[in-house]
Design a protein around this ligand. Structure first.
Ligand code: AMP
Length: 427
Protein backbone atom coordinates (compact mmCIF):
# COMPACT_ATOMS: atom_id res chain seq x y z
CA UNK A 1 0.00 0.00 0.00
CA UNK A 2 1.17 3.53 -0.72
CA UNK A 3 0.07 6.91 0.69
CA UNK A 4 -0.98 7.88 -2.84
CA UNK A 5 -3.34 4.90 -3.11
CA UNK A 6 -4.94 5.89 0.18
CA UNK A 7 -6.01 9.13 -1.49
CA UNK A 8 -3.43 11.45 0.06
CA UNK A 9 -3.02 14.66 -1.97
CA UNK A 10 0.13 15.79 -3.76
CA UNK A 11 1.31 18.51 -1.36
CA UNK A 12 1.08 16.09 1.53
CA UNK A 13 2.92 13.36 -0.40
CA UNK A 14 5.82 15.81 -0.80
CA UNK A 15 5.94 16.45 2.93
CA UNK A 16 5.71 12.72 3.75
CA UNK A 17 8.56 12.09 1.37
CA UNK A 18 10.67 14.76 3.09
CA UNK A 19 10.01 13.03 6.41
CA UNK A 20 11.26 9.77 4.93
CA UNK A 21 8.01 7.83 5.37
CA UNK A 22 8.00 5.19 2.63
CA UNK A 23 4.82 3.20 3.32
CA UNK A 24 1.86 3.87 5.57
CA UNK A 25 1.69 2.02 8.89
CA UNK A 26 -1.31 -0.19 9.73
CA UNK A 27 -3.24 2.49 11.58
CA UNK A 28 -2.56 4.97 8.78
CA UNK A 29 -3.76 2.51 6.12
CA UNK A 30 -6.99 1.95 8.02
CA UNK A 31 -7.68 5.49 9.23
CA UNK A 32 -6.75 7.77 6.33
CA UNK A 33 -9.51 6.68 3.87
CA UNK A 34 -12.11 6.70 6.66
CA UNK A 35 -11.21 10.19 7.83
CA UNK A 36 -11.23 11.46 4.24
CA UNK A 37 -14.72 9.94 3.90
CA UNK A 38 -15.79 12.02 6.94
CA UNK A 39 -16.46 9.04 9.20
CA UNK A 40 -16.10 9.23 12.98
CA UNK A 41 -13.46 6.81 14.17
CA UNK A 42 -12.54 5.04 17.37
CA UNK A 43 -8.97 3.76 17.11
CA UNK A 44 -6.98 1.82 19.63
CA UNK A 45 -3.43 2.45 18.55
CA UNK A 46 -0.34 2.17 20.67
CA UNK A 47 2.26 4.86 20.95
CA UNK A 48 4.75 4.63 18.12
CA UNK A 49 2.30 3.19 15.58
CA UNK A 50 2.22 6.38 13.52
CA UNK A 51 -1.14 7.53 14.83
CA UNK A 52 -0.35 11.26 14.57
CA UNK A 53 -0.10 11.01 10.79
CA UNK A 54 -3.14 8.70 10.78
CA UNK A 55 -5.34 11.58 11.95
CA UNK A 56 -3.11 14.52 11.00
CA UNK A 57 -2.68 13.90 7.26
CA UNK A 58 -6.37 13.40 6.35
CA UNK A 59 -7.36 16.19 8.73
CA UNK A 60 -5.07 18.64 6.95
CA UNK A 61 -6.31 17.42 3.59
CA UNK A 62 -9.95 17.89 4.60
CA UNK A 63 -9.37 21.33 6.09
CA UNK A 64 -7.00 22.68 3.45
CA UNK A 65 -7.51 26.40 3.47
CA UNK A 66 -9.13 28.20 0.62
CA UNK A 67 -8.81 31.54 2.30
CA UNK A 68 -6.29 33.42 4.38
CA UNK A 69 -9.04 35.64 5.78
CA UNK A 70 -8.28 37.09 9.20
CA UNK A 71 -11.86 36.44 10.24
CA UNK A 72 -11.76 32.74 9.53
CA UNK A 73 -12.57 30.54 12.49
CA UNK A 74 -10.98 27.40 13.85
CA UNK A 75 -12.04 24.31 11.90
CA UNK A 76 -9.90 21.66 13.51
CA UNK A 77 -9.21 20.96 17.19
CA UNK A 78 -6.76 18.37 18.49
CA UNK A 79 -6.83 17.80 22.24
CA UNK A 80 -3.98 15.94 23.87
CA UNK A 81 -3.37 15.30 27.58
CA UNK A 82 0.10 16.80 28.07
CA UNK A 83 2.08 19.79 26.94
CA UNK A 84 4.87 17.58 25.63
CA UNK A 85 2.56 15.49 23.50
CA UNK A 86 0.79 18.61 22.22
CA UNK A 87 4.13 20.10 21.22
CA UNK A 88 5.09 16.90 19.45
CA UNK A 89 1.80 16.82 17.54
CA UNK A 90 2.23 20.52 16.67
CA UNK A 91 5.69 19.86 15.21
CA UNK A 92 4.37 16.87 13.22
CA UNK A 93 1.38 18.83 11.93
CA UNK A 94 3.59 21.72 10.80
CA UNK A 95 5.83 19.26 8.99
CA UNK A 96 2.86 17.60 7.26
CA UNK A 97 1.37 20.97 6.23
CA UNK A 98 4.59 22.60 5.10
CA UNK A 99 3.54 22.86 1.43
CA UNK A 100 0.05 24.09 2.25
CA UNK A 101 -1.58 27.34 3.28
CA UNK A 102 -2.79 26.28 6.67
CA UNK A 103 -2.29 28.11 9.91
CA UNK A 104 -1.73 25.84 12.91
CA UNK A 105 -1.44 27.01 16.53
CA UNK A 106 -0.36 25.43 19.79
CA UNK A 107 -2.40 26.29 22.88
CA UNK A 108 -0.87 24.81 26.00
CA UNK A 109 -0.66 25.88 29.61
CA UNK A 110 2.57 27.24 31.03
CA UNK A 111 2.71 29.75 28.16
CA UNK A 112 1.39 33.29 28.18
CA UNK A 113 -2.31 33.25 27.19
CA UNK A 114 -2.27 36.76 25.69
CA UNK A 115 0.38 35.90 23.13
CA UNK A 116 -1.70 32.85 22.16
CA UNK A 117 -4.75 35.12 21.75
CA UNK A 118 -2.74 37.41 19.47
CA UNK A 119 -1.90 34.43 17.23
CA UNK A 120 -5.55 33.35 17.21
CA UNK A 121 -6.65 36.86 16.18
CA UNK A 122 -4.66 36.55 12.95
CA UNK A 123 -6.88 33.62 11.93
CA UNK A 124 -6.02 29.99 12.63
CA UNK A 125 -7.30 26.81 10.96
CA UNK A 126 -6.20 24.08 13.37
CA UNK A 127 -5.34 24.23 17.06
CA UNK A 128 -3.52 21.65 19.13
CA UNK A 129 -4.31 22.13 22.79
CA UNK A 130 -4.34 20.69 26.26
CA UNK A 131 -7.91 20.55 27.64
CA UNK A 132 -7.43 23.11 30.43
CA UNK A 133 -5.96 25.78 28.16
CA UNK A 134 -8.53 25.06 25.41
CA UNK A 135 -11.30 25.71 27.93
CA UNK A 136 -9.63 28.91 29.14
CA UNK A 137 -9.60 30.23 25.57
CA UNK A 138 -13.19 29.14 24.98
CA UNK A 139 -14.28 30.88 28.18
CA UNK A 140 -12.48 33.99 26.93
CA UNK A 141 -14.79 33.90 23.89
CA UNK A 142 -12.79 31.93 21.35
CA UNK A 143 -15.39 30.63 18.92
CA UNK A 144 -15.47 26.90 18.27
CA UNK A 145 -18.69 26.96 16.30
CA UNK A 146 -16.98 26.35 12.97
CA UNK A 147 -15.12 23.22 14.06
CA UNK A 148 -15.41 20.46 11.47
CA UNK A 149 -12.94 17.92 12.90
CA UNK A 150 -12.28 17.17 16.55
CA UNK A 151 -9.44 14.80 17.50
CA UNK A 152 -9.16 13.43 21.00
CA UNK A 153 -5.72 11.89 21.31
CA UNK A 154 -4.69 9.51 24.09
CA UNK A 155 -8.26 9.46 25.41
CA UNK A 156 -7.37 6.88 28.06
CA UNK A 157 -4.73 9.16 29.52
CA UNK A 158 -7.12 12.13 29.40
CA UNK A 159 -9.51 10.19 31.60
CA UNK A 160 -6.75 9.00 33.95
CA UNK A 161 -5.73 12.63 34.39
CA UNK A 162 -9.28 13.69 35.19
CA UNK A 163 -9.86 15.80 32.07
CA UNK A 164 -13.37 14.46 31.54
CA UNK A 165 -14.89 17.66 33.00
CA UNK A 166 -13.04 19.86 30.52
CA UNK A 167 -13.96 17.60 27.60
CA UNK A 168 -17.62 17.67 28.64
CA UNK A 169 -17.53 21.48 28.69
CA UNK A 170 -15.64 21.90 25.41
CA UNK A 171 -17.60 19.37 23.36
CA UNK A 172 -20.96 21.24 23.37
CA UNK A 173 -19.19 24.32 21.96
CA UNK A 174 -18.65 22.52 18.65
CA UNK A 175 -21.44 22.58 16.07
CA UNK A 176 -23.82 19.60 16.15
CA UNK A 177 -22.44 18.16 12.92
CA UNK A 178 -18.72 17.59 13.12
CA UNK A 179 -16.37 14.67 12.69
CA UNK A 180 -14.72 13.16 15.77
CA UNK A 181 -11.62 11.00 15.80
CA UNK A 182 -10.89 9.31 19.09
CA UNK A 183 -7.52 7.67 19.66
CA UNK A 184 -6.63 5.67 22.73
CA UNK A 185 -3.58 3.55 23.47
CA UNK A 186 -5.56 1.21 25.68
CA UNK A 187 -9.17 0.13 25.79
CA UNK A 188 -11.20 0.39 28.97
CA UNK A 189 -14.79 0.72 30.08
CA UNK A 190 -14.22 4.42 30.81
CA UNK A 191 -12.96 5.06 27.27
CA UNK A 192 -15.90 3.14 25.83
CA UNK A 193 -18.31 5.33 27.82
CA UNK A 194 -16.62 8.52 26.63
CA UNK A 195 -16.77 7.27 23.04
CA UNK A 196 -20.55 6.80 23.38
CA UNK A 197 -20.83 10.46 24.35
CA UNK A 198 -18.62 11.82 21.59
CA UNK A 199 -18.91 9.56 18.56
CA UNK A 200 -21.65 9.00 16.00
CA UNK A 201 -21.64 5.64 14.19
CA UNK A 202 -17.85 5.35 14.45
CA UNK A 203 -15.69 2.99 12.42
CA UNK A 204 -13.54 0.90 14.75
CA UNK A 205 -9.85 0.52 14.12
CA UNK A 206 -7.74 -1.79 16.18
CA UNK A 207 -4.19 -1.19 15.06
CA UNK A 208 -2.72 -3.53 17.61
CA UNK A 209 -4.07 -6.20 19.88
CA UNK A 210 -5.73 -4.81 22.99
CA UNK A 211 -3.29 -3.73 25.68
CA UNK A 212 -0.23 -5.38 24.24
CA UNK A 213 3.22 -3.91 23.96
CA UNK A 214 4.86 -3.59 20.59
CA UNK A 215 6.48 -6.79 19.30
CA UNK A 216 9.79 -5.16 18.51
CA UNK A 217 10.48 -4.39 22.20
CA UNK A 218 12.62 -6.84 24.09
CA UNK A 219 11.29 -6.74 27.66
CA UNK A 220 12.95 -8.07 30.77
CA UNK A 221 12.84 -7.82 34.53
CA UNK A 222 15.88 -7.66 36.80
CA UNK A 223 15.21 -8.66 40.40
CA UNK A 224 17.10 -6.43 42.80
CA UNK A 225 16.76 -5.00 46.29
CA UNK A 226 15.29 -1.52 46.60
CA UNK A 227 18.45 0.00 48.17
CA UNK A 228 20.62 -1.24 45.32
CA UNK A 229 18.49 -0.11 42.41
CA UNK A 230 20.36 3.14 41.72
CA UNK A 231 23.68 1.33 41.86
CA UNK A 232 22.44 -1.38 39.46
CA UNK A 233 21.03 1.22 37.11
CA UNK A 234 24.36 3.08 36.95
CA UNK A 235 26.14 -0.27 36.45
CA UNK A 236 23.87 -1.29 33.55
CA UNK A 237 24.22 2.07 31.80
CA UNK A 238 28.00 2.19 32.33
CA UNK A 239 28.95 -1.42 31.65
CA UNK A 240 26.77 -1.73 28.58
CA UNK A 241 27.72 1.70 27.35
CA UNK A 242 24.13 2.92 26.85
CA UNK A 243 24.36 6.35 25.22
CA UNK A 244 20.72 7.43 25.51
CA UNK A 245 18.41 5.93 28.08
CA UNK A 246 15.04 7.00 29.39
CA UNK A 247 14.40 6.06 33.02
CA UNK A 248 10.99 6.13 34.70
CA UNK A 249 10.23 6.65 38.36
CA UNK A 250 6.87 6.53 40.07
CA UNK A 251 7.09 9.89 41.85
CA UNK A 252 8.74 13.26 41.48
CA UNK A 253 10.59 12.73 44.75
CA UNK A 254 12.21 9.49 43.66
CA UNK A 255 13.11 11.07 40.31
CA UNK A 256 14.92 13.85 42.18
CA UNK A 257 16.69 11.39 44.49
CA UNK A 258 17.72 9.14 41.62
CA UNK A 259 19.29 11.97 39.65
CA UNK A 260 21.43 12.88 42.67
CA UNK A 261 22.63 9.26 42.89
CA UNK A 262 23.35 8.92 39.17
CA UNK A 263 25.27 12.18 39.12
CA UNK A 264 27.51 10.79 41.86
CA UNK A 265 28.35 8.02 39.39
CA UNK A 266 29.38 10.63 36.85
CA UNK A 267 26.39 10.14 34.55
CA UNK A 268 25.04 13.18 32.75
CA UNK A 269 21.36 13.31 33.68
CA UNK A 270 18.30 15.40 32.97
CA UNK A 271 14.95 15.33 34.70
CA UNK A 272 11.41 15.92 33.48
CA UNK A 273 8.44 16.00 35.82
CA UNK A 274 5.41 18.04 36.80
CA UNK A 275 7.34 20.51 38.98
CA UNK A 276 9.63 21.60 36.16
CA UNK A 277 8.64 24.60 34.08
CA UNK A 278 7.68 24.12 30.48
CA UNK A 279 10.81 25.94 29.31
CA UNK A 280 12.96 23.72 31.49
CA UNK A 281 11.28 20.52 30.25
CA UNK A 282 11.70 21.56 26.60
CA UNK A 283 15.36 22.42 27.13
CA UNK A 284 16.07 19.10 28.87
CA UNK A 285 14.30 17.13 26.17
CA UNK A 286 16.24 18.95 23.44
CA UNK A 287 19.53 18.20 25.22
CA UNK A 288 18.56 14.55 25.54
CA UNK A 289 17.65 14.33 21.85
CA UNK A 290 21.00 15.85 20.95
CA UNK A 291 22.69 13.29 23.25
CA UNK A 292 24.16 16.03 25.44
CA UNK A 293 22.42 14.22 28.30
CA UNK A 294 22.87 10.48 28.58
CA UNK A 295 20.10 9.63 31.05
CA UNK A 296 16.67 11.26 31.12
CA UNK A 297 14.71 10.57 34.30
CA UNK A 298 10.96 11.13 33.93
CA UNK A 299 7.65 10.53 35.69
CA UNK A 300 4.62 9.09 33.90
CA UNK A 301 2.89 12.31 32.92
CA UNK A 302 5.99 13.59 31.22
CA UNK A 303 6.36 10.32 29.33
CA UNK A 304 3.39 10.77 27.04
CA UNK A 305 4.72 13.28 24.61
CA UNK A 306 8.27 12.08 24.33
CA UNK A 307 8.98 11.08 20.79
CA UNK A 308 12.65 10.52 20.33
CA UNK A 309 13.97 8.98 17.16
CA UNK A 310 15.61 5.57 17.65
CA UNK A 311 15.33 5.61 21.43
CA UNK A 312 16.91 2.24 22.18
CA UNK A 313 16.46 1.82 25.95
CA UNK A 314 13.73 2.42 28.47
CA UNK A 315 14.31 1.46 32.09
CA UNK A 316 11.58 1.28 34.71
CA UNK A 317 13.38 2.21 37.91
CA UNK A 318 10.04 1.73 39.61
CA UNK A 319 6.89 0.22 38.15
CA UNK A 320 4.03 2.68 37.59
CA UNK A 321 1.03 2.86 39.94
CA UNK A 322 -1.28 2.08 37.03
CA UNK A 323 -0.38 -1.01 34.96
CA UNK A 324 -1.52 0.68 31.72
CA UNK A 325 1.29 3.20 32.17
CA UNK A 326 3.78 0.37 31.66
CA UNK A 327 2.60 0.15 28.05
CA UNK A 328 2.96 3.89 27.55
CA UNK A 329 6.40 3.90 29.11
CA UNK A 330 7.91 1.05 27.12
CA UNK A 331 6.21 2.41 23.99
CA UNK A 332 8.89 5.15 24.02
CA UNK A 333 11.24 2.59 22.49
CA UNK A 334 10.70 0.26 19.54
CA UNK A 335 8.89 3.01 17.66
CA UNK A 336 7.74 2.60 14.04
CA UNK A 337 9.04 -0.96 13.76
CA UNK A 338 12.49 -0.37 15.23
CA UNK A 339 13.98 -2.58 17.92
CA UNK A 340 14.15 -1.48 21.52
CA UNK A 341 14.82 -2.81 24.97
CA UNK A 342 12.70 -2.23 28.08
CA UNK A 343 14.15 -3.24 31.43
CA UNK A 344 12.25 -3.14 34.73
CA UNK A 345 14.14 -3.14 38.01
CA UNK A 346 11.87 -4.96 40.43
CA UNK A 347 12.20 -5.30 44.17
CA UNK A 348 10.29 -7.73 46.32
CA UNK A 349 7.50 -5.25 46.97
CA UNK A 350 6.83 -4.85 43.25
CA UNK A 351 6.35 -8.53 42.48
CA UNK A 352 2.60 -8.09 42.72
CA UNK A 353 2.68 -5.06 40.37
CA UNK A 354 4.63 -6.90 37.68
CA UNK A 355 2.04 -9.68 37.74
CA UNK A 356 -0.65 -7.05 37.11
CA UNK A 357 1.38 -5.74 34.15
CA UNK A 358 1.79 -9.26 32.76
CA UNK A 359 -1.93 -9.88 33.08
CA UNK A 360 -2.64 -6.66 31.18
CA UNK A 361 -0.22 -7.27 28.32
CA UNK A 362 -1.05 -10.98 28.21
CA UNK A 363 2.54 -12.15 28.31
CA UNK A 364 5.18 -13.18 30.83
CA UNK A 365 8.23 -10.96 31.08
CA UNK A 366 11.40 -12.99 31.68
CA UNK A 367 12.94 -12.39 35.13
CA UNK A 368 16.71 -12.41 35.62
CA UNK A 369 19.30 -11.17 38.08
CA UNK A 370 22.52 -9.32 37.36
CA UNK A 371 25.66 -10.91 38.81
CA UNK A 372 26.65 -9.08 41.96
CA UNK A 373 23.18 -7.56 42.39
CA UNK A 374 21.18 -10.64 43.37
CA UNK A 375 18.44 -9.84 45.90
CA UNK A 376 19.25 -10.57 49.52
CA UNK A 377 17.19 -13.69 50.39
CA UNK A 378 16.83 -12.61 54.02
CA UNK A 379 14.81 -9.56 52.93
CA UNK A 380 12.35 -11.90 51.28
CA UNK A 381 12.23 -14.08 54.39
CA UNK A 382 11.73 -11.06 56.62
CA UNK A 383 8.95 -9.82 54.37
CA UNK A 384 7.14 -13.17 54.44
CA UNK A 385 7.49 -13.27 58.21
CA UNK A 386 6.10 -9.74 58.40
CA UNK A 387 3.08 -10.70 56.35
CA UNK A 388 2.56 -13.86 58.45
CA UNK A 389 2.73 -11.84 61.66
CA UNK A 390 0.22 -9.30 60.40
CA UNK A 391 -2.05 -12.07 59.22
CA UNK A 392 -1.90 -13.74 62.68
CA UNK A 393 -2.62 -10.41 64.30
CA UNK A 394 -5.68 -9.90 62.11
CA UNK A 395 -6.95 -13.40 62.95
CA UNK A 396 -6.68 -12.59 66.64
CA UNK A 397 -8.54 -9.33 66.11
CA UNK A 398 -11.30 -11.12 64.27
CA UNK A 399 -11.76 -13.55 67.15
CA UNK A 400 -12.29 -10.69 69.54
CA UNK A 401 -14.40 -8.38 67.43
CA UNK A 402 -17.08 -10.41 65.69
CA UNK A 403 -18.11 -8.16 62.88
CA UNK A 404 -20.47 -9.24 60.11
CA UNK A 405 -18.80 -11.17 57.28
CA UNK A 406 -15.22 -9.98 57.74
CA UNK A 407 -13.12 -10.33 54.62
CA UNK A 408 -10.74 -13.28 54.64
CA UNK A 409 -7.20 -12.03 55.21
CA UNK A 410 -4.61 -13.70 53.08
CA UNK A 411 -0.97 -12.89 52.61
CA UNK A 412 -1.88 -11.69 49.12
CA UNK A 413 -4.68 -9.34 50.16
CA UNK A 414 -2.49 -7.88 52.87
CA UNK A 415 0.12 -7.09 50.30
CA UNK A 416 -2.44 -5.38 48.10
CA UNK A 417 -3.61 -3.17 50.96
CA UNK A 418 -0.06 -2.30 51.78
CA UNK A 419 0.62 -1.40 48.15
CA UNK A 420 -2.45 0.81 47.98
CA UNK A 421 -1.39 2.75 51.03
CA UNK A 422 2.08 3.16 49.61
CA UNK A 423 0.79 4.65 46.37
CA UNK A 424 1.81 8.27 46.13
CA UNK A 425 -0.22 10.83 44.27
CA UNK A 426 0.76 10.60 40.62
CA UNK A 427 2.51 13.56 39.11
P1 AMP B 1 3.43 8.40 16.45
O1 AMP B 1 2.81 7.07 16.80
O2 AMP B 1 2.52 9.26 15.65
O3 AMP B 1 3.98 9.08 17.68
O4 AMP B 1 4.68 8.10 15.48
C1 AMP B 1 5.81 7.40 15.90
C2 AMP B 1 7.03 7.67 15.05
O5 AMP B 1 6.90 7.02 13.78
C3 AMP B 1 7.29 9.13 14.75
O6 AMP B 1 8.68 9.36 14.90
C4 AMP B 1 6.87 9.30 13.30
O7 AMP B 1 7.60 10.32 12.66
C5 AMP B 1 7.19 7.95 12.72
N1 AMP B 1 6.29 7.55 11.58
C6 AMP B 1 4.98 7.78 11.48
N2 AMP B 1 4.49 7.25 10.34
C7 AMP B 1 5.52 6.67 9.71
C8 AMP B 1 5.65 5.95 8.47
N3 AMP B 1 4.61 5.72 7.67
N4 AMP B 1 6.88 5.49 8.15
C9 AMP B 1 7.94 5.72 8.95
N5 AMP B 1 7.90 6.39 10.13
C10 AMP B 1 6.69 6.86 10.51
Amino acid sequence: MSFEKLGVMKQLLGAINDLGYKNPTTVQTRAIPLVLAKSDIFATAQTGTGKTAAFGLPMIQRLRANTQDENREIRGVILSPTRELSMQIYEDMKNFAKYMDLSIALLVGGKDIESQQKILKKGVDIVIATPGRMLEHAEANLSLKSVEIFVLDEADRMLDMGFVKEIRKIHPLFPKRHQTLLFSATYSEKVRKLSKLLLTKPAFIEAAKKNTTVDTINQKVYLVDRERKAELLAYIIGSRNYRQVLVFTKTKASADELVIELKKDGLKCGIIHGDKTQANRSKTLAQFKEEKIRVLVATDIASRGLDIEHLPYVINYELPSIPEDYIHRVGRTGRAGRNGEAISLIDIYEKYDIKEVEKLIGQKIPQETVKGFEPDPTIRRKDIEDVKLKSEHKKQEKKHVKKKAPKKVTAKSLKVTKKKRKTTKRD
